[in-house]
Write a protein that binds this ligand. Structure first.
Ligand SMILES: NC(=O)c1ccc[n+]([C@@H]2O[C@H](COP(=O)([O-])OP(=O)(O)OC[C@H]3O[C@@H](n4cnc5c(N)ncnc54)[C@H](O)[C@@H]3O)[C@@H](O)[C@H]2O)c1
Ligand SMILES: O=c1ccn([C@@H]2O[C@H](COP(=O)(O)OP(=O)(O)O[C@H]3O[C@H](CO)[C@@H](O)[C@H](O)[C@H]3O)[C@@H](O)[C@H]2O)c(=O)[nH]1
Length: 476
């Protein structure tokens, strides 16, 4: 099979790099999870032929059959629209054979001690090197969130295997951390604030510029349902060294987690002094140095990234005998926030044991089916430990949660009405839009005691209070 060389397009007048209309011959993405799948669908949409590799056979079979396997707005449409451009396979070695760019997007879950488990990244590196051919030229890109030094480790694994095989391939390396949010994954991939590339290799930088030019230049026609945001400046390609790029990712997530914990800490004070945290956040956010984002008080942060990345950053620091007290405090405040939710329920109901508590929202936020580190599921487990009966509901992830926690002794209720009828309290853990427009007066009138703990400050507080509901928000 012919090995395509990296193309050398004429420099584009604005980027100085690749011409927008120059697709790569093949991009291979390893890991078809939230990051890999969304990235692959977008790159295929931009015109690059994409091979998506995953070791999970069932996942690959489902993707081949047209099942999107994760819940993400717009993904089913984009995957079906890009079918002709996309191949799904479990065969990593074959999948990299003709690739110009190979993107590692496998998971890096936390180990028991909190540091990131990079074994899947190293396994991918090993198999990449086993698949590369004599004379092949390619760029290996680490998109997974990885601790300091992992990019270097990927290079050394690939060098070692190529050497052992006696294969002469010209491999370039870059770190390219991902900043997409679940539920907004396609939007964030098409319209990022910045693209960070960590590499000291001009060839790697040039290939990534070529890969991302349509995004950097915003030259593509937006896919249906994913309009270009108004007045958003063009994304910046920030080129830096690999170690700084690795740290940009962790420091960004830690900073956002600190910001949420900060507003949750202020929310606790608001409850004491009678202020409204939404108003405090609104006033703070008007200062452009602070910014309005990530100041939504609530049950605390969860998800597949913040909890693990906050721990991983501390683990990196600990390796160097350094501490990160602000980052550590963000985690402590997050735990306290959950405990505070339970205290408030207990204060309202006096006794939790034997009470019927409805918990609405099992995913860690709306717009995703991801249950990793979900505040709602954490609160459910704490309620069960305290002897409460739980009725759980989620508009998209009910069966997923049930499958994940088959031993939890609770009612998985298929409707909000069923969850609230006869309940002693309801806790809103995830602000799914489906919940916000319900007839809350009617729903709460079906409850045995009308206690509402709005963990996302999303329900009609005044309306409920006026109707005699014991409504509690967060920080107001
Ligand atoms: N989920 C997010 O919103 C997000 C955003 C930015 C960055 N990240 C980071 O990106 C990485 C991937 O996250 P994710 O949420 O997409 O993970 P995920 O768990 O959803 O998907 C990872 C996929 O990789 C596959 N895989 C694992 N090892 C493999 C191997 N050796 N070969 C082939 N496939 C393999 C798994 O089967 C799985 O399908 C992580 O490092 C994460 O921290 C995630
Ligand atoms: O004002 C806020 C904003 C968020 N959250 C919570 O914070 C968590 C994370 O939310 P969000 O950041 O929207 O979701 P993720 O999809 O986890 O995205 C984060 O983690 C990704 C993985 O690293 C990064 O790529 C993204 O940039 C980063 O925002 C969720 O539990 C939210 O409910 C709040 O409580 N208040």
């Amino acid at each position: 099979m012919n090995t395509p060389a990296l193309e050398r397009p004429t420099p584009h007048p604005r980027t100085g790099g690749a011409h927008p209309a120059a697709p790569l011959a093949q991009v291979t993405i390893i890991g078809s999870g939230y990051v890999g799948l969304n990235t692959g669908a977008v790159l295929a949409y931009l015109g690059h032929p994409v091979v998506m590799v995953d070791r999970d056979e069932q996942r690959v079979r489902d993707l081949q059959a047209g099942q999107p396997v994760i819940f993400e707005v717009g993904l089913p449409d984009l995957l079906s629209q890009t079918r002709a451009q996309t191949t799904f396979t479990t065969d990593l070695r074959a999948g990299v054979r003709d690739a110009q760019v190979i993107v590692i997007a496998v998971g890096t879950p936390p180990t028991a001690s909190g540091d990131a488990d990079t074994r899947a990244v190293e396994q991918a590196a090993q198999e990449i090197a086993e698949g590369l051919q004599d004379g092949q030229r390619c760029v290996v890109v680490v998109k997974s969130t990885v601790p300091i030094g992992t990019n270097r480790r990927v290079k050394s694994v690939i060098d070692r295997v190529l050497h052992a095989r006696g294969v002469q391939a010209q491999v370039h390396y870059a770190s390219n951390p991902e900043f997409l949010r679940e539920g907004m994954a396609l939007h964030d991939t098409l319209y990022p604030d910045r693209v960070v590339v960590g590499s000291d290799d001009p060839e790697a930088l040039r290939a990534l510029q070529q890969l991302y030019t349509p995004i950097l230049e915003q030259t593509f026609t937006p896919p249906p349902g994913l309009p270009r945001p108004d007045h958003k400046p063009l994304p910046t390609l920030m080129s830096t060294d690999a170690t700084s790029a690795e740290l940009v990712k962790y420091a960004s997530n830690a900073f956002l987690a600190v910001k949420i914990s900060f507003i949750n800490e202020v929310a606790g004070l608001c409850e004491k002094v009678g202020a409204d945290v939404s108003e405090v956040a609104r006033g703070m956010g008007m200062d452009i140095r602070i910014g309005a984002g990530f100041l939504q008080a609530g049950v605390g942060w969860g998800g597949s990234c913040f909890p693990k990345d906050v721990l991983a950053l501390q683990a990196v620091a600990a390796e160097y005998g350094y501490t990160l007290p602000i980052v550590q405090a963000a985690g402590e405040v997050n735990r306290r926030q959950r405990a505070h939710m339970l205290e408030r329920l207990q204060d309202a109901l006096k006794v939790l044991r034997g009470r019927q508590v409805a918990v609405l929202g099992l995913t860690f936020k709306p717009g995703t089916s991801d249950l990793r580190e979900s505040p709602g599921l954490d609160l459910i487990q704490q309620l069960l430990r305290r002897g409460a009966h739980v009725r759980a509901h989620d508009p998209v992830a009910l069966s997923g949660a049930q499958a994940l926690y088959p031993d939890l002794d609770l009612d998985w209720t298929p409707s909000v009405e069923a969850a609230l009828s006869g309940a002693d309290a309801v806790l809103l853990a995830t602000a799914w839009p489906e919940y916000l427009h319900l007839d809350w007066l009617d729903l709460t009138r079906r409850m045995r005691t009308r206690v509402v703990l709005d963990g996302r400050n999303a329900l009609p507080a005044e309306l409920l209070r006026q109707d005699g509901v014991a409504y509690m928000g967060v920080g107001r």
